[in-house]
Design a protein around this ligand. Structure first.
Ligand SMILES: Nc1ncnc2c1ncn2[C@@H]1O[C@H](COP(=O)(O)OP(=O)(O)OP(=O)(O)O)[C@@H](O)[C@H]1O
Ligand SMILES: [Mg+2]
Length: 172
């Protein structure tokens, strides 16, 4: 039997500055299911880490603890006993998929964590089909376009809910 076609909802949002990026991240945090994998693509300096900091701040994690790690590609944060476990992975320095097991990826992805991955193309074969994809393009020094895609029923519903929130906040 052929697989059901993936359910995809896409939303494009322009962030005029870093504060707008943080706001968008907080809006996503408000609708994000648990567990959820969120991939973040975009050039160096696009704002991937900045976006994850915005999510962290929204759930009570000190954004200063979110770093671009020089060693250890995966960092875990937990704001409170019943808050989401937030996993931040930056695969830029991963030499190859065969190194992934050493990073603790499997443990990090277990349970009901929010897993945010920068440079997901480095681990494409290990990324699940059901995910939220965030693609950031740099339009101008401070202006970014975020393309956010929910792949899978639950993920698509979250992106749909994000869209609803945005239109409610934007009467124009
Ligand atoms: N609208 C914006 N959204 C996010 N960052 C912005 C924005 N405007 C300017 N910036 C700046 O762009 C930079 C983004 O850096 P950040 O570390 O988040 O990028 P990154 O995509 O994680 O890069 P890397 O691939 O090196 O990890 C920061 O210096 C931030 O202040
Ligand atoms: Mg980064």
């Amino acid at each position: 039997m052929p697989e059901d076609p993936p359910i995809v909802v896409e939303r494009a949002v322009v962030a005029a500055d870093e504060a707008a990026t943080r706001q968008l991240a907080a809006a996503l945090a408000a609708v994000l299911p648990r567990p959820c994998l969120v991939t973040l693509a975009g050039d160096l300096g696009a704002g991937k880490t900045t976006f994850v900091k915005g999510v962290a701040a929204a759930v009570g994690i000190d954004p200063a603890t979110l770093i671009s790690p020089t060693f250890g590609l995966i960092h875990e944060h937990r704001p409170s006993p019943d808050g989401p476990r937030l996993v931040h992975a930056d695969m830029y320095r991963l030499a190859g998929l065969e190194e992934l097991v050493e990073t603790g990826w499997d443990d990090a992805c277990s349970g009901d964590a929010w897993v945010f991955v920068e440079w997901p193309d480095r681990i494409a074969a290990a990324v699940s089909a059901e995910r939220i994809e965030v693609v950031i393009s740099i339009d101008a020094p401070e202006r970014r376009t975020f393309t956010i895609r929910g792949r899978g029923a639950v993920q698509a519903a979250a992106v749909q809910a994000l869209a609803a929130e945005e239109s409610a906040a934007d009467p124009g």
